[in-house]
Design a protein around this ligand. Structure first.
Ligand SMILES: Nc1ncnc2c1ncn2[C@@H]1O[C@H](COP(=O)(O)OP(=O)(O)OP(=O)(O)O)[C@@H](O)[C@H]1O
Ligand SMILES: [Mg+2]
Length: 266
């Protein structure tokens, strides 16, 4: 098995003394697509913020690429954070800038590459997410799925080793969600990035996840492959899968026929 790039050990996360995550431990390996499951408010976004070093844990340790980020200064954190791309729930593009300008922002901010080089990198990243044709569009001219892919291109522009997604398919129709999942699989396969995804979207989970954890009541209540998690007899886990698989079926995607990696190679 490849090396662990994220190691979380007995993490306790709290806001003003209210404990949200209570002693969580897991590891994510290089080039895995790792999914974080759990009901609304269980602490998934909180976990991502801790992994990015935006919040300090109340207790426990988080090692990213081998460095304990709970023990380093903000200055030492910066180079680690630059190796992580983050795709937030809203695509958060600047409306007055073209797609290419939006994607070039991190390069403008963090590098002193000449404009020609920046253009080449941006065009290559847009090609990866199949948006090369739309480089001069304004965000208002993009569909919801295109905006998400643009946000991925921007998160990828600094060549991160790892990319985090928070609810990546929310608000997308099933076709756009499938396209986005295909993009994520391609990034992992071609650019060898490690992916951490927070989502409730069962269809997407079954398409892309290698392994993951489910959080409830501040603890990990299931972990492993999706198949392993599904076999849990914990009522919270059983209910989660039942409810979300049912939701996926109602939206017109029969869960049973899309498990595994059938999307690969299309
Ligand atoms: N900045 C904050 N200050 C105080 N409490 C917070 C803050 N952010 C989150 N919380 C609380 O922490 C808990 C976990 O929130 P979090 O946003 O991590 O949940 P989540 O699993 O991402 O939920 P969702 O699926 O709805 O996005 C919630 O009870 C929330 O009210
Ligand atoms: Mg959240």
């Amino acid at each position: 098995m490849s090396a662990a790039v994220i190691e979380v050990e007995d993490l306790v996360a709290a806001y003003d003394g209210n404990i949200v995550l209570d002693g969580i431990s897991f590891a994510v390996h290089a080039q895995e697509i790792f999914v974080v499951l759990g009901g609304s408010g269980c602490g998934k976004s909180t976990l991502l913020r801790h992994l990015l070093g935006l919040h300090k844990p109340a207790a426990g340790h988080i090692r990213i690429f081998g460095t304990d980020i709970t023990a380093v200064s903000e200055d030492e954190l910066q180079p680690i954070r630059q190796r992580i791309g983050m795709v937030f729930q809203g695509a958060a593009l600047f409306n007055s800038m073209t797609l290419a300008e939006n994607v070039s922002l991190p390069l403008e901010e963090y590098t002193d590459y000449p404009p020609r080089v920046i253009q080449d990198i941006v065009d290559w990243k847009l090609q990866l997410v199949e948006l090369a044709h739309a480089r001069d569009y304004l965000p208002s001219q993009l569909s919801g799925g295109m905006k998400k892919r643009a946000a991925i291109a921007r998160a990828m522009v600094m060549d991160p080793d790892m990319i985090f997604f928070d609810e990546h398919t929310t608000g997308l129709d099933p076709v756009m969600a499938a396209e986005l999942d295909r993009t994520i699989l391609r990034l992992r396969d071609q650019l060898k990035v490690t992916v951490v995804v927070v989502t409730h979207d069962m269809t997407s989970i079954r398409r892309i996840a290698d392994r993951g954890i489910m959080i409830a009541d501040g603890k990990i209540v299931a972990q492993g492959t999706i198949r392993e998690m599904e076999q849990s007899s914990d009522a919270r886990v059983v209910n989660f899968f039942m409810r979300h698989d049912e939701g996926a079926r109602r939206r017109g995607a029969p869960a049973a026929s899309i498990s595994g990696r059938s999307i690969h190679g299309h």
